[in-house]
Design a protein around this ligand. Structure first.
Ligand code: AHG
Ligand code: MN
Ligand code: MN
Ligand code: MN
Length: 341
């Protein structure tokens, strides 16, 4: 049955979370409540983004963050609201955010005993905010390893990506979507503003093995590794049999570039550059969550040599070179990188 707002039965995010809670026999609903509150915070941020030009939420906030970036007002707005929503759940004992140098501890009684910690990039693609181009939020959830009841510490966050319990992103685009995984596939929910609900719109997302899109900031070409340069030439060769040349698509917001390639097939590359010789993207709250989703949808993610999810984090804001996408394209790229030794 099709209605004005969609096709029944509408499966809302909350209904889906509860349905899939059954995937985990010992689940008591803590993760479900955490994910529900991510959805609430996403709606709050979305409401502000949708009228950014009309309220005092555009432009720089006047600070420089731990990344050395000019903080945008929306960076701080999103950071504040996700922290507030997660504090309200009492299901999370601490948060690591791109916007905060140190972890934020939730030290009220209930939260201190919570079993999850949360990493986030509250607003990804900040440079696009003022020009009305899609931006996103990225999150990653781990079970804490420090003793419950005591304050969380760095060890809870410096876990390899393979330990993630859940990961996801919200993309504030032509429509607003929440995409997440708990290790049992990837599902996408589109916000229906008429009823204020995220509704299941992309069940069990699988990424194509081969795509025809490559995404990279070509302005940094001069300092790319030789293997990346050779792979770019490989993408640009005229060869109808392999449907090359591919198309170059780059939005400058990881969530938007990744989401398009996830659905259509493609490869996203952020190699080492002169400005960021160790890579620009952050392992904990950009690369690991996106890599988890990519792998759960049949894709791959590496730093050019190591599987992203296997990299043992050394610091909260650690940066790594990042390559993610369709498995056949990743294999081609890594072949060129291996040749350079
Ligand atoms: P953030 O806005 O959270 O700091 O992340 C920006 C990142 C990522 O979203 C995007 O892929 C990349 O920066 C773009 O970097 P360049 O502008 O250097 O290409
Ligand atoms: Mn930033
Ligand atoms: Mn980001
Ligand atoms: Mn950010």
């Amino acid at each position: 049955m099709t209605t004005a707002t969609g096709t029944y039965p509408l499966v809302t995010l909350n209904e889906f979370i509860i349905q899939r809670q059954g995937d985990f026999p010992y689940a008591k609903g803590e993760l479900s409540r955490l994910l529900h509150h991510v959805g609430v915070a996403a709606k709050v941020v979305n409401e502000k983004i949708n009228k950014a030009g009309l309220v005092d939420i555009l432009g720089a906030a006047g600070d420089v963050n731990v990344q050395g970036e000019d903080v945008q007002k929306l960076d701080l707005f999103a950071n504040h609201h996700f922290i507030a929503a997660l504090r309200a759940t009492s299901e999370c004992c601490a948060i690591a955010s791109e916007e905060d140098q140190e972890i934020t501890l939730f030290d009220d009684g209930l939260s201190r005993d919570a079993k999850y910690v949360f990493c986030m990039d509250p607003l990804d693609g900040s440079s696009n905010i003022d020009v009305n181009v899609s931006v996103g939020t990225i999150f990653s959830i781990y079970r804490r390893i420090s003793e419950r009841g005591s304050p969380a510490d760095l060890s809870d966050f410096l876990q390899p990506g393979t330990h993630q319990v859940a990961a996801g992103y919200i993309i504030y685009g032509s429509s607003t979507m929440l995409v997440y995984t708990t290790g049992k596939g990837v599902n996408g929910f589109t916000l229906d503003p008429s009823i204020g609900e995220f509704c299941l719109s992309h069940r069990d997302i699988r990424t194509p093995r081969q795509g025809r899109i490559y995404s990279i900031n070509e302005g940094n070409y001069a300092h790319f590794p030789a293997g990346v340069k050779q792979y770019m030439k490989h993408c640009q060769v005229v060869d109808p049999d392999t449907r090359r040349p591919y198309s170059s698509r780059y939005i400058g917001s990881l969530v938007s570039d990744f989401h398009r390639n996830l659905l259509k097939g493609g490869i996203f590359m952020y190699p080492p550059t002169q400005k960021a010789p160790g890579g620009k993207l952050r392992l904990l709250y950009e690369c690991n969550p996106v890599a988890f989703i990519a792998e759960q949808a049949g894709g791959r993610a590496s730093d050019g040599h190591r599987r992203i999810l296997d990299i043992p984090p050394e610091s909260l804001h650690q940066r790594v070179p990042f390559y993610v996408g369709s498995p056949d394209m990743m294999e081609d790229l890594e072949g060129f990188l291996a040749q350079e030794g």
